[in-house]
Design a protein around this ligand. Structure first.
Ligand code: FAD
Ligand code: NAI
Length: 467
């Protein structure tokens, strides 16, 4: 029986990054993945394919809606959905190959099959053809999450689909109805709206992307409406009837219970994801989970069984790839006797719509509710030269700072290239910068990031220069 120092179950961004860090620290490592490809949800059916579809569909949208204004004439553009899918698959495959290479480079043993924990030092791997048993000193559970569904509505994967099927569609829906105006709803809704589908998003709450600062949801609503998407906010879906090649959605207005119906060829269920821990043997081992099925962990990400850790989507906290990876590194270093640290307050939250959206730190609503004395400064992209050049003027950056000390407490951004440029805000907050620190730093001209400087000037004492 082969013996390892650390065995990791699940090869998503939590599991495979943890495996690399464990190997760097000198451990003999095994990683177990039930599918034939490494990379988990993020790489196979999440972050990477969704961003690749967003990229391709954005090119098509800009070609049709902006290129002539740039002075570029063309005869006719059309979408080759198979070609687009192939390109998405190529990107995914290249990164999968990259992860396999990293496993080899770091001498990590990869097992394909379902991993079950037999006891705190024995793991069984059931492959398609045979079963292996290995022994191990430590175990890291990194089994991720699966799409959730509403009671009474079954994801049949044909007409009522989850993000996984939406990312593999062979045709452009005529009318895509989306349940949920959260992250998946607005990202995948954007993809198909840009490709020509009628898209209707039904959201229970009266705002989109409700977990973020409310100013962002309001702006995103305006921008996506301009792009042709329809929204039914404050509306709760109660039923979905599949009728041959169509789906009928029944929903009710949350305020007055008035019923409405929508009919379309596809219905995307995007109401959140649930932790996945089937077949792990948790009950037999006495590993505790919470009401939502998340594995309980302490401040070291260790479960109630010593030597068994859990990370990523299967434990509490944001369901994000980079959060899972940070936790993977954290556990590897903890096992090695180090004292690592994760600043959960500054884990970025990014949405890759057009405009892109990002938030870090505390929202205005949370700060006000906590009675904190704050000041805010906003600056719109329509007053930014670089945004004018690229015709990306929707959106703004809002900075919230402590009224007395001027320390930045939250940065909420919606606009062009936010996903990359907003790391400046994370660095500023990690080093506990004041709004005036950023306002006094020279920002290159013309750049999108000048908007952050201007928003900090506005927050410092209302002295933006270009508005
Ligand atoms: P996962 O990536 O889910 O990996 C878990 C792995 O464990 C899976 O491969 C699974 O097959 C395997 N497994 C489970 N049980 C067993 C078992 N018993 N034996 C062996 N293997 C097992 N996050 C971002 O940060 N940015 C984004 O842009 C983003 N976009 C997304 C888009 C979509 C459409 C979706 C659905 C999610 C997106 N996410 C994004 C979220 C991100 O994918 C997850 O937060 C991330 O994948 C979680 O990583 P993980 O390692 O915890 O689990
Ligand atoms: P979500 O939690 O972001 O949004 C779900 C929405 O569905 C909520 O706004 C909720 O109010 C609504 N809803 C619930 N029941 C409803 C009903 N009966 N009728 C109408 N609306 C209803 O979940 P989503 O979009 O499924 O995404 C899951 C997770 O995947 C995200 O929370 C995120 O962690 C991750 N993800 C991250 C991405 C990124 O980082 N860019 C991209 C995509 C997913």
């Amino acid at each position: 029986m082969e013996k390892f120092d650390v065995t990791i179950i699940g090869s998503g961004p939590g599991g495979y990054v943890s495996a690399i860090r464990c190997a760097q620290l000198g451990f003999k490592v095994a990683i177990i993945e039930k599918y034939n490809t490494l990379g988990g949800t993020c790489l196979n059916v999440g972050c990477i394919p969704s961003k690749a579809w967003l990229e391709a569909s954005e090119h098509y949208y800009k070609l049709q809606n902006q290129f002539q204004e740039f002075g570029i004439n063309f005869k006719e553009a059309s979408v080759d959905i198979v070609g687009m899918r192939n390109r998405v698959q190529t990107v995914v495959q290249e990164i999968i190959n990259g992860v396999s290479y990293l496993m080899k480079k770091n001498k990590i043993t990869v097992y394909t099959g379902v991993g079950t924990i037999k006891d705190k030092s024995t793991v069984e791997i059931k492959g398609e053809e045979n079963t292996h048993t290995i022994t191990t000193d430590k175990i890291i559970i990194a089994t991720g999450s699966k799409p959730a569904s509403l009671p009474g509505i079954t994801i049949d994967k044909k007409r009522v689909i989850s993000s996984t099927e939406a990312l593999a569609l062979k045709e452009i829906p005529k009318h895509l109805m989306v349940i949920g105006g959260g992250v998946i709803g607005v990202e995948l809704g954007s993809v198909f709206a840009r490709l020509g589908s009628k898209v209707s998003i039904v959201e229970y709450l009266d705002t989109l992307i409700a977990s973020m600062d409310s100013s962002l949801g309001k702006q995103l609503y305006k921008s996506l409406r301009k792009q042709g998407m329809d929204f039914y906010l404050g509306t709760k879906v109660t039923k979905a009837n599949v009728l041959d090649n169509e789906v009928q959605l029944i929903a009710e207005n949350v305020a007055n219970q008035k019923e409405m119906t929508l009919q379309g060829d596809y219905c995307l269920m995007a109401i959140g994801r649930k932790p996945y821990s089937d077949n792990l043997g948790l009950e037999e081992l006495g590993i505790k989970t919470d009401k939502q099925g998340r594995i309980n962990v302490d401040e070291n990400l260790e479960t109630n069984v010593k030597g068994i850790y859990a990370i990523g989507d299967v434990v509490r906290g944001a369901m994000l790839a980079h959060k899972a990876s940070e936790e993977g590194v954290f556990v590897a270093e903890t096992i090695a006797g180090q004292r690592p640290h994760i600043n959960y307050a500054l884990i970025p939250n990014i949405i890759y719509t057009q405009p892109e959206v990002a938030g870090v730190g505390l929202t205005e609503e949370v700060l006000k509710e906590a009675g904190r004395s704050i000041k805010t400064g906003s600056f719109p992209f329509k007053a930014n030269a670089r945004a004018k050049i690229s015709m990306d003027t929707d959106g703004f950056i809002k900075v919230i700072a402590d009224k007395e000390t001027d320390e930045i407490l939250g940065v909420h951004m919606i606009g062009p290239r936010i996903a990359d440029s907003y790391t400046e805000a994370v660095v500023a907050m990690e080093f506990r910068a004041s709004a005036e620190d950023i306002a006094r730093m020279s920002h290159g001209h013309p750049t999108f990031s000048e908007t952050f400087k201007e928003a900090c000037l506005a927050a410092t004492d209302d002295r933006p220069l270009h508005i």
